[in-house]
Design a protein around this ligand. Sequence first.
Ligand SMILES: [Zn+2]
Length: 472
Amino acid sequence: MTRRVRPERLILGALAALLCGAFAAAPAATADDRVCDYRITLLDNAATKLDITAVCDPALKVERFTALSDRRHWTTDATQHGTGNGHFGFDLGAFAAEANDMGAAMPYDGGVLVSPGFLLPLPETEAAATLRFRVEFPQGGEIQTALKPDAEGRYVVPLLRIDEVGPILLGSVGVAAVPGDPQLRLAMPADSLQLAPATLAAWVSAAAESNRRFWARSPAQGGLVVLVPSERGGIPFGRVMSLGGSVVTVLVGRQASAADLYDDWVLVHELLHLGSPLMRDTGAWLNEGIATFYEPILRARAGWKSEDDIWREWIGQMPRGMPAMTEIGLENAGRAGIYWGGALFVLLAEIEALKASGGRIGFSDCLRAVLAEGADATVKWPTARLLQRCDDLLGAPVLAPLAERHIAQGSNLGGSATALSQIWDMLGVALTADGRVRYDDRAELAWLRPLIIWGGAERPAPIPATGFHQGG
Ligand SMILES: [Zn+2]
């Protein structure tokens, strides 16, 4: 039996979505869906005051609407709600100023950044309602969203998964295509960051280029990157939400320097998420493993990180994935285990695929094949489907046995390696006592190193990074 949707459930969902990389399959209203139609009118061009009407299908038996934000910001005649209709005044500007939270609403440039779950008065219903909204701007302003409008200009979100939909921008907010990547748009608040807009745009453009090189195409598909000023330093946080369209939200320190940008992993990690389907049936470990494993590789290929730094990081950090891989199983890994457990799985997947194919096909080739078939971050797949797609490409069961050993339960690393140190030995990498990386080209699997790090025998040409000079 379905329960009525309560705001607190949605808030919990919104909190869960704050974990890095919550994203899922695209919604679309079908003939079977019960719809609530909303008309949102911006009463000023900064979207501070909204007039909202809602008309719900009588079959939804809506008796009232609730808002996730404080009711102080709303005016409505609740006696009218029993008909499934509602008329609301929403002081979005006051709510955004009070919340100042990128997961709910916050003032942004000449408008507001707001999550749809906090924008729409939500119907209380036992049915799986589809919410469909249009926005009108009689006083100016506009909407910037990764959601795709239907033929009549309406945006569609499912009530039960509204917390998986990325935030939208309402009001007078400048958004421009990312240079070199027309599939990706960039929003940044003018004058809120120490860095010049051109420097920030060049950084996002360069990160998107490193991502396109990896995927052999743009995985963005109408995606939106939103830079959010932060009082914290550097690039403290990022996340992707992709239900109906991908939104990458990245916190940028107000005082961040150009060197901070290219020296950081967050944006490259989040952009990597855009190219794989959402896999959650066995946990988030494979999505996080892909982004965690390839992020330093992309930055090395772009010339923003050295090969030494990658091996130093992996030798230091991969042990954090060992409990998930060898003891409890990846699907039982906690938050700390999914990143490095997943990354360790991807390292083994890369090694096993390259070995099985004589160096022709790596795990990254499998990922590109999956994206080329249209399975980007807005699509939901079972974990096994992606691994099977790789085995199909390899023409042999390579990933399925690896999954068998490490997903439901832990198992030793198998093959000729039972410990992580043996994998580094086989690859011919070691850390010296003073922290330098020593390479042994006579090691059994040394020939895989350039394939893993550079994607081929040759180191790719660097991607220019304005204001960044890599040390060491
Ligand atoms: Zn992530």
